[in-house]
Design a protein around this ligand. Structure first.
Ligand code: HEC
Length: 244
């Protein structure tokens, strides 16, 4: 019996390993480097200034091709922006606070220009392994192709895109392409990439901070409950033993 279980476990482990390896090999994209994110830190939170910078990149660069169809300016009030601030931001873009972020690029024009669809970015970090790390790496991954690697006309080489040939022209190509607040970091390509990746994390799961904090609360509750029930058990058994 034990031998059978052993064989079964080994087989499952082997299948999983082979599966994972082939999946990686088929992907053809490099593993994105892990970055530090405020929403993944030991006290998870949205970095409001980073969110603002990410919003700038989103609306000044990405929105010309991509929609973020699940968000509107009003949602940003949950990040700590006032109603006045979001109204002003929306107005600068000729939008209302309750308008969704829809790209002016239509699906047909995208198909004509890029030969593929331009995906909505709202949920992109959730849809890809490595989430924000992947998005940030993708935007900085437009390297020269290795020798002998041919890139079809109109496409670009990208170290992190599966298959390495991407239809998106490099969207962030030079420092200060987006105007950043003077008080913060310089708008280098790396910085802009991190900021927009963080912003997309928020558009994908705006409630994740509450969820994580709730998780800690639930764990604490369970811990206290366990300790209490331990002592309760001891008391009950004490009574039982005495009766004997
Ligand atoms: C000029 C149009 C254009 C702009 C501007 C643009 N993109 Fe794209 N993007 C595309 C196209 C086209 C694709 C589809 C690529 C493909 O499937 O080969 C794409 C795909 C993507 C993907 C999906 C990659 C994947 O794994 O499938 C991400 C993430 C992305 N873009 C992020 C961004 C971000 C962030 C910005 C702004 C900084 C941006 N894009 C700006 C055209 C654009």
């Amino acid at each position: 019996m034990l031998k059978h279980i052993y064989t079964l476990v080994t087989t499952i482990a082997l299948v999983l390993t082979v599966g994972a390896t082939t999946a990686l090999a088929a992907g053809g994209g490099n593993i994105p480097p892990q970055q530090e994110w405020s929403f993944k830190s030991s006290s998870p939170h949205w970095d409001t200034e980073q969110m603002f910078r990410g919003y700038k990149v989103a609306t000044q660069v990405c929105l010309s091709c991509h929609s973020f169809k699940y968000i509107k300016h009003r949602d940003m009030m949950k990040l700590g922006f006032s109603e006045e601030q979001v109204t002003k931001l929306a107005k600068e873009l000729d939008m209302g606070v309750d308008d969704l972020f829809i790209s002016p690029l239509s699906a047909e024009n995208a198909q004509m220009a890029y030969g593929t669809e331009v995906p909505d970015l709202s949920l992109m970090n959730l849809a890809r392994p490595h989430g924000a790390d992947y998005t940030a790496a993708l935007l900085t991954g437009y390297n020269n192709p290795p020798k002998g690697f041919s890139v079809p006309a109109g496409k670009s080489y990208n170290a992190y895109f599966p298959g390495n040939v991407i239809a998106m022209p490099p969207p962030l190509t030079m420092a200060d392409q987006v105007e950043y607040p003077e008080s913060g970091p310089q708008a280098s390509v790396e910085q802009m990439s991190r900021d927009i990746a963080a912003f997309i994390e928020w558009t994908g799961e705006p409630t994740q901070i509450e969820r994580k904090n709730l998780g800690v609360f639930v764990l604490l509750y369970l811990l206290i409950f366990t300790i209490l029930s331990y002592f309760l058990m001891k008391r009950i058994w004490l009574g039982v033993k005495k009766k004997k």
